[in-house]
Design a protein around this ligand. Structure first.
Ligand SMILES: NC(=O)c1ccc[n+]([C@@H]2O[C@H](COP(=O)([O-])OP(=O)(O)OC[C@H]3O[C@@H](n4cnc5c(N)ncnc54)[C@H](OP(=O)(O)O)[C@@H]3O)[C@@H](O)[C@H]2O)c1
Length: 199
């Protein structure tokens, strides 16, 4: 399969690209130093990415930013980061990319554990995760041409623990290789409308 991995230079995206790259052709996408440049917060940039790649069999999004901070300090402006990037950015990658995915192909988006297992300072990210999960479940029943759509909800990964450990007390991080396998299941399997929890 030809597979676009958005966020392929990131902690999770790199592991996904490596896992899927064993048996598929990977097109790495991101804002810097990728095979194709894309900023998911820009619809024009998404359109441009798909124009450059042409038809593909799968699109994986392993990206999406969010503001982490106390709810009392979360302003509408700060909340926009998660809305523009993790929520709308990933959903627009589907809406703009639909015609570029071959019959029977798939989209796989990324959510995260904190929507189900809340942490302090995580409300904005949880909002975006929940929106993505709901979109995936609802969109799955009317995707055209046998196209499937799923999301992967990772626990904190061991490789990111140094960045996030203070935010996730008592969590038991998982190896990123396990998260990559959930993306493989989504891309190579037959299920749709799922949110694969790797907790
Ligand atoms: N790491 C974890 O423990 C963990 C756990 C649960 C959920 N998640 C979720 O998994 C996703 C990836 O996390 P990560 O830790 O792997 O992130 P990361 O290491 O910071 O990597 C982010 C990747 O996305 C790209 N990117 C960032 N903003 C972009 C944009 N606007 N448009 C296109 N590409 C963009 C980056 O490359 P460029 O900078 O070159 O664009 C990079 O390749 C996020 O949604 C995160 O919330 C992560």
């Amino acid at each position: 399969m030809r597979i676009i991995v958005i966020g392929a230079s990131g902690t999770i995206g790199k592991a996904v690209a490596e896992e899927l790259g064993k048996t598929h052709e990977i097109i790495r996408a991101g804002r810097n130093g990728a095979d194709v440049k894309v900023d998911i917060t820009s619809i024009d940039s998404l359109k441009n990415m798909y124009k450059q790649t042409g038809k593909v069999d799968a699109v994986v999004s392993a990206t999406g930013s969010a503001y982490f901070g106390p709810l009392s300090e979360l302003t509408p402006e700060l909340n926009e980061t998660a809305i523009e990037s993790k929520l709308k950015g990933q959903i627009n990658a589907v809406l703009v990319g639909m015609d570029y995915v071959n019959d029977g192909g798939s989209f796989t988006l990324t959510t995260g554990i904190l929507m189900d297992d809340p942490i302090l300072k995580g409300a904005s990210a949880a909002m975006a995760n929940g929106g993505v999960k709901a979109f995936v479940k609802a969109a799955a029943i009317e995707m055209p041409r046998g196209i499937r759509i799923n999301s992967v909800s990772p626990n904190v990964v061991q490789e990111s623990w140094h960045k996030y450990s203070g935010l996730f007390p008592g969590f038991d991080p998982v190896p990123v290789s396990r998260v990559a396998l959930a993306f493989k299941k989504s891309v190579e399997g037959a299920q749709t409308g799922q949110n694969y929890e790797v907790y």
